[in-house]
Design a protein around this ligand. Structure first.
Ligand SMILES: [Ca+2]
Length: 188
């Protein structure tokens, strides 16, 4: 084999090693979490789930290449800009998002803004479960089975909690095969 042949084999091996490394990283990625930002308890008085209050979001996965980071779900914006939403990875069959409050928090309403708010309405998620807890102890839960609203408002008494969790049921083969969540608000 001549030098060109060795170079071609080397290039193929290098490409394969890079692809393997990328797949390994993607498969082994831990559940991403947003940064711990400085807490300003007085900000956003109508929404305790805003990052400016020190809230962090952890998710089962997110669409890295689409840049649909979970921070978009707690930034206080209900923007029609298509990028500004949390979207899980395509292979995530049981997507969830969890909000961590920096201190025990009371709220009685959770308002969601789904992609149907600004995109096609049939992308609005129908089935999901809300729950809130304190120190790992469940305080309230709500199973939603027939949501049709793009910005649903759910009454749920969460008193002295440190975590709000939402688990979505995706529907393969429909427009609801992927969660597209623009915003979560925890209303006192
Ligand atoms: Ca947002």
């Amino acid at each position: 084999m001549n030098a060109r042949g060795f170079a071609q084999i080397g290039a193929v091996a290098y490409g394969a090693a890079l692809a393997l490394a990328l797949v390994t990283v993607l498969l082994r990625s831990p559940q991403p979490v947003t940064p711990a930002l400085e807490t300003n308890p007085g900000c956003s008085p109508g929404d305790f789930a805003h990052y400016c209050r020190g809230v962090r979001a952890r998710v089962s996965s997110y669409d890295v290449f689409g840049n649909h980071h979970p921070l978009f779900a707690i930034d206080g914006r209900r923007s029609p800009e298509l990028r500004e939403k949390w979207v899980p990875g395509r292979r995530d069959s049981a997507p969830w998002i969890e909000l961590w409050f920096p201190m025990r928090t009371d709220f009685s309403v959770v308002r969601l803004t789904m992609a149907g708010h600004s995109e096609t309405p049939n992308r609005t998620m129908v089935s999901y479960r809300l729950s809130c807890s304190a120190g790992g102890e469940l305080r309230a839960e709500l199973d939603v089975r027939d949501n049709r609203a793009a910005t649903p408002t759910h009454a749920i008494e969460c008193s002295g909690v440190d975590t709000l969790r939402i688990e979505f049921e995706v529907e393969p083969g429909t427009r609801r095969d992927l969660v597209r969540l623009v915003e979560i608000e925890a209303v006192p």
